[in-house]
Design a protein. Sequence first.
Length: 395
Amino acid sequence: MERVLFAFSGGIDDVLGVHWLSRTQGHPVVALLADLGQAERIEPLGELALESGAQSTIIVDLRRSFVEDFAFPTLRSGARYEDYLLSTPLARYAIAQELVRLAGEQGITVVGHGSSGGGNDQLRFESSVAALDPSLEIVAPGRRMPPLDLDRKMERLRRLHLPEREEFERRISVDQNLWGCGQVHGGLADPWESPPEETYLITRSPLDAPNEPLDVVIEFEEGSPVSVDGTRLSSVDLVLDLHEKGGEHGIGRLDHVENRVLGGKARELYEAPAAQLLYTAHGALEELTQPQDLLRLKRNLADEYGRLIYEGQWFGELREALDHFFRATQRYVSGRIRLRLYKGGITVRGRESRYALYDREGGEVADRSRREAAVGFVDSITRQLKAEATRRRAE
């Protein structure tokens, strides 16, 4: 049987999927574990994959690529899906890209994933593989095994003597990376119920956050963050630094009911302290440096960019074309933003850029010039409205 390169993240569907491929279907499984900033969570997953039936594992550090090639372009665009900063879809694209690269390197012609048959991630994985190497065969055990609810999956897991994780029993699915942490929590099916505080993994409760505010200065060059508080950092270290600062002050929580790609709504909990700080700072800098018409168009296109990311179209030509546009808009988005973090809130406290379009001088001459220009401008706007009013009165 052919080898299968399987994207393994450690969920119950991954465990059952690897077992099904290896023990039931007879495929030698190579489990790909992508380090996207899960910290200490990554190492135990290798053991879990082997115990589930994988023949071998490959752990790849994708943190820099994930931040620079996926997260930062999305930041420069200002894209989000509804209120969500897209940490999970971006991770899937980074993993899929590596899946295709490794398959080519190792001569593997079949790749797999453990995404459920009703979720969004199956689309993100498979659309990415199709775009990057349409010759690859894709196997998705979640769609080929009998559909089971979580209780029956747990029964199957125990009957097969497969390894368990604490979050399986707690009905929690966690996806954590440098850009954020997303959870689907089986105990929160009732949208009236508030999440227990222990549900949150990377942010402190705003009520328990420090009583003293923290000021943070973030510097950007052409739309990309390069330093925090005057210290230049690598992309990964910069995100980690803001991750820690924001998490300590309760920044970046979102309890969200979102519209899924395949229909229906799902309640998701998100934490994105670094991403939330960077989005706030980047937006404030664009307000200072971008002309009005460009900002208006960019914000409209950012919605489309976010939708494409959410719906599995990262490697499509439309997303790539939009990315060229967004990159061009960042030519003058350089400068510093000072943020204040306090009890879960972010306040912009200062803006500075050598490319600022803000008129600091003002003064009597400028004001007189604006007043004179306003006469003709206002007349041109109101003339048509007067004509319309006269016509209505004549009826």
